[in-house]
Design a protein around this ligand. Structure first.
Ligand SMILES: NC(=O)c1ccc[n+]([C@@H]2O[C@H](COP(=O)([O-])OP(=O)(O)OC[C@H]3O[C@@H](n4cnc5c(N)ncnc54)[C@H](O)[C@@H]3O)[C@@H](O)[C@H]2O)c1
Length: 377
């Protein structure tokens, strides 16, 4: 069992990881490149936790727990000298990480497990810096660490896989959970997240929608579901035959990169069409199970819609004055021959989208997000 932890790099992620562990009773010592930075991070975490506690967002007593279980060290060597687990959370730069990991490895006990919070750099690139690659793996938390429960765990070719279980158990003590991912750049989270951003920027560059409308569509439609279900579960619910047909449209428009995935075609050919046939990507489901999952989905979406109404808009997109930057009005027309020239919502609906811009960040004001699950688009 991992009893104590050092976090190296007291920035946004390192601070949040230290906070998550310490408020749940794990002893954590933090170090950055300069003791003054570490000291400032400690004060910031105490103040932030008190604010969250006052707002009822962390349990009562969390600030006291943090103060009791979080400490600072003047150097990386001092921080890591006698801990069971070290989490490295310095800049996302291979050279910086190599230097820091080498320093950690030289000062840590031989049995210490060393993890890195890298977002994208694989184990096989980072592990060359440590003396014992078998004690090294990636433990990738998300931002903001205290609230995002999932953590990617990446064991490399040389990692002793028996380390995964104690790391998962540590995460569970902090009410987080680990999912194992193979050693590949970007792992799963960022590969999917960056693919979405890449396609979103293409949509904007082609003049199909503004960044604001893309954000609205994502957060009020399929993104609304993603807190509860992943893409495979969502596809099963919608119908895999429907998905296959939609891919045909995409492939016609965008070519091979949007061709029907073999995994999907195989399911359809085997008659596994998702919930409608009782089998699909997520396995076999009896009618009773499907009824229970659909009831869970209704409850989850209804409560989520209610939460969105209660919270109101985030304000990240200004609500006034009304937007005047739609692609149609800025002359950011789609390139000739692009898909947008045959399906031009931005050019035909620009007046309507401009009119609704003031409420574009206010999904909570409508009920329309509820009851759209069957819509696979
Ligand atoms: N920001 C995010 O949303 C996010 C999410 C998940 C993972 N990550 C990953 O977490 C890691 C840290 O990112 P961040 O957002 O917390 O960055 P950050 O800039 O907030 O913090 C990095 C910290 O590393 C410290 N540092 C730099 N060089 C150092 C050295 N030689 N020795 C000791 N400390 C040093 C800096 O002083 C700083 O405090 C990166 O690998 C990043 O990819 C970031």
């Amino acid at each position: 069992m991992i009893k104590n932890v050092a976090v190296v790099g007291a920035g946004y992620m390192g601070g949040g990881i230290a906070q998550s562990l310490a408020i749940n009773g794990v002893d954590v010592v933090m170090a950055d490149r300069d003791p003054a930075i570490t000291a400032r991070a400690f004060d910031r975490l105490i103040a932030e936790t008190q604010t969250l506690q006052d707002q009822g967002l962390v349990p009562p007593g969390s600030t006291e727990q943090l103060a009791a279980h979080l400490s600072v060290a003047d150097s990386i060597a001092a921080a890591v000298a006698d801990v069971d687990f070290v989490e490295e959370a310095v800049f996302e730069d291979v050279a910086v990480k190599h230097a820091v990991l080498a320093e950690i490895s030289a000062a840590a006990r031989p049995d210490t497990v060393i993890g890195s919070n890298t977002s994208t750099i694989p184990v096989h690139v980072l592990c060359t810096a440590v003396q014992r690659p078998e004690r090294f793996l990636i433990v990738h938390w998300s931002n903001p660490a205290p609230f995002i429960p999932g953590v990617e765990i990446v064991a490399g070719e040389h990692t002793d896989t028996s380390l995964v279980a104690p790391v998962k158990e540590l995460l569970e003590r902090a009410h987080h959970f680990g999912a194992e991912v193979a050693d590949t750049p970007g792992f799963v989270l960022n590969r999917l997240q960056y693919a979405l951003l890449k396609e979103a920027t293409a949509i904007v560059e082609e003049g199909i929608a503004t960044p604001r409308d893309v954000d609205t569509i994502v957060s009020t439609t399929f993104g609304f579901r993603l807190g509860f279900f992943g893409p495979f579960a969502i596809a099963d619910m919608a119908g895999l035959d429907v998905y296959r047909n939609c891919f045909t449209t995409f492939e016609d428009a965008f070519g091979e990169r949007f061709a029907t995935p073999a995994m999907l075609a195989e399911q359809v050919e085997a008659g596994r069409l998702g919930f409608k046939s009782g089998a699909g990507f997520t396995g076999e489901h009896t009618p009773e199970e499907i009824e229970r999952i659909v009831a869970y989905r209704s409850l989850a979406y209804s409560k989520f819609a209610q939460l969105m109404r209660e919270l109101g808009p985030s304000g990240i997109w200004p609500t006034s004055p009304p937007r005047t930057d739609s692609p149609a009005t800025t002359g950011n027309a789609p390139p000739t021959g692009s898909p947008a020239t045959t399906a031009t919502p931005a050019t035909t609906d620009s007046a309507a989208t401009a009119d609704t811009a003031a409420t574009a960040d206010t999904p909570a004001t409508t009920d329309s997000a509820v009851g759209t699950e069957g819509d696979h688009s």
